[in-house]
Design a protein around this ligand. Structure first.
Ligand SMILES: Nc1ncnc2c1ncn2[C@@H]1O[C@H](COP(=O)(O)OP(=O)(O)OP(=O)(O)O)[C@@H](O)[C@H]1O
Length: 310
């Protein structure tokens, strides 16, 4: 099946010569949720804006639903819904009218039943006659999503949908995204919140300094790069690791209360039995042991940090 979004060798230099995208390739399958993670200034918004045809690429091609976003702009744009980072709504307009108007801009005939469905899905139906200025920040974000969905796009871009919203609303947003996926909408979102990618994405892309450093199925990524740690809590804190135990995979917790042992979950042997025997032989008394899996956050920080290296 052809990709619903197909980006090839995309470059963008802004006036002044700053290269915000340095040859990005990105293929997205219909119906998936892709989370793009990256530090400030990585190029996430530039990438989304270029795919949506709001920013002009310096070179490279973008196809959405098989339509080139330059030579076949209208057909490509009709397939795309974009929820921008900034709230750019008309304060005196009413919710329902704003959403209807957005649909009209795409030359689509009025469809009150669809607008009602969208407003209900986003819990905005009760607010349909409110003026935008009367809404809370979270409600305004929902209106942005409703506008973006009004022309029935197949691909929805959400640029930091939950930046600055409270925990409850963030969870509501995640449910909204899951609902849209069930309706078959492909979703690409940018985020600074790793737990957001962990919670909702099928695939995760990491972008830094205008390049995609990695793009992979979330579960596989976590299994492949995941390391485990064993924390051996001691009954008496230590000042330093006893010489018989010194190794590159063992470190002392800052307060000296525990030894932290890293091991690879894929290895045939974890080395834990030997470690515990060595700990006992060194005369240390254990209080407790705990294991933990490294998170997407550890993976992300490691990658972006590597990207900074000269
Ligand atoms: N119109 C512009 N003119 C010149 N430089 C720009 C312009 N827009 C963005 N940039 C630069 O391009 C780089 C990428 O910006 P972009 O907004 O795409 O990053 P981002 O990953 O979305 O960041 P954030 O997470 O902070 O939103 C930044 O260094 C930014 O300063």
């Amino acid at each position: 099946m052809p990709f619903i979004v197909d980006v090839t060798a995309l470059r963008k230099s802004y006036a002044g010569g700053f290269e915000a995208l340095k040859g990005v390739d990105l293929q997205i399958e219909e119906g998936e949720i892709l989370a793009l993670l990256g530090p400030n200034g990585a190029g996430k918004t530039t990438l989304i804006s270029t795919i949506c045809g709001i920013t002009t690429a310096t070179s490279g091609t973008v196809k959405v639903g098989g339509h080139d976003t330059v030579t076949d702009f209208r057909a490509a744009r009709a397939m795309i819904g974009l929820v921008p980072q900034e709230i750019n709504l008309e304060p005196f307009e009413r919710v329902q009218n704003t959403v209807k108007f957005s649909r009209g801009l795409f030359g689509k005939p009025a469809n009150p039943a669809l607008i009602e469905k969208i407003l209900r899905q986003l819990s905005l139906w009760d607010k349909r006659d409110s003026q935008i200025r009367e809404l809370s920040g979270g409600m305004k974000r929902r209106v942005l999503i409703a506008k973006a969905l009004s022309h029935e796009p197949r691909v929805l871009f959400l640029d930091e949908p939950t930046a600055g919203v409270d925990v409850e609303l963030r969870r509501d947003m995640w449910e909204i995204v899951a609902d849209l996926k069930r309706d078959g909408v492909t979703i690409i979102l940018t985020t600074h919140y790793i737990e957001e990618a962990e919670a909702i994405a099928d695939r995760v892309g990491v972008i830094a300094q205008g390049e995609i450093l990695l793009i992979e199925d979330k579960e596989k990524l976590m299994a492949r790069m995941g390391k485990k740690e064993l924390e051996v809590q001691l009954s008496e804190p230590l000042r330093e690791i006893p010489s018989s135990l010194v190794s590159d995979v063992l470190r002392l917790k800052k307060d000296g209360s525990a030894l932290i042992y890293s091991y690879d979950t894929r290895g045939e042997r974890t080395g834990i039995t030997k470690l515990l025997a060595d700990v006992a032989a060194a005369g240390l008394i254990l209080r407790d042991v705990e294991t933990r899996q490294s998170s997407l956050e550890d993976i992300f920080v490691g990658l972006v940090h590597e990207g900074d290296a000269p």
